[in-house]
Design a protein around this ligand. Structure first.
Ligand SMILES: Cc1cc2nc3c(=O)[nH]c(=O)nc-3n(C[C@H](O)[C@H](O)[C@H](O)COP(=O)(O)OP(=O)(O)OC[C@H]3O[C@@H](n4cnc5c(N)ncnc54)[C@H](O)[C@@H]3O)c2cc1C
Length: 142
């Protein structure tokens, strides 16, 4: 039993995990892919619209080569936050259901069912593209 389960290991899930850790709340982050999976799947040379300081979490400096960082720099930034803060993040574990019985949530993945007193859903939506149904859109380079 943990105090908190956070679903999604994107920037928001990571920020929630950092806050939980600082406050001594027991927590677990469940992520269906790698760290910041949405960003991982962006085009390789993608450059953010925001300047790096606007993407920072918890005031941790985000230094980039140009004012607006690239995907790879963001991947490295968030990965370093997870490792240097030793965040409790379980990767490649997709949440398939959440059931509440009394005051306890049961959160199920293909690997296990976890119990928690609170749940944060930080699943975003940027990892769910809207397909155009045009030929070739499912190729790995697209
Ligand atoms: C091309 C592009 C450029 C962008 N540029 C900017 C920018 O310049 N500035 C800006 O602020 N924003 C930008 N965005 C948006 C930015 O990516 C989002 O604001 C940010 O990713 C939101 O973070 P999040 O944690 O809420 O969601 P996400 O990053 O989407 O994270 C959600 C996470 O939840 C995981 N997840 C989903 N379902 C489950 C499940 N069932 N079980 C477990 N895990 C699950 C996903 O794998 C994902 O890792 C851009 C987006 C795109 C596509």
């Amino acid at each position: 039993m943990t105090d908190l389960i956070i679903i999604g290991g994107g920037p928001i899930g990571i920020a929630c995990g950092l806050e939980a850790k600082k406050k001594g709340i027991s927590y677990k982050i469940l992520e269906k892919g790698p760290i910041v999976n949405s960003l991982f799947n962006y085009p390789v040379n993608m450059q953010f619209f925001s300047s790096s300081e606007r993407l920072e979490i918890d005031g941790i400096p985000f230094i980039s080569n140009e004012a607006k960082p690239k995907r790879n720099e963001a991947l490295e930034y968030y990965r370093r936050i997870v490792t240097s803060n030793d965040l409790n993040l379980q990767l490649f574990e997709r949440v398939t259901s959440i059931v509440k019985a009394g005051e306890v949530f049961s959160v199920t993945t293909p690997k296990a069912t976890y119990s928690a007193r609170n749940v944060i859903i930080a699943t975003g939506f940027y990892d769910l593209p809207n397909p155009l149904n045009v030929p070739g859109e499912d190729l790995p380079k697209v």
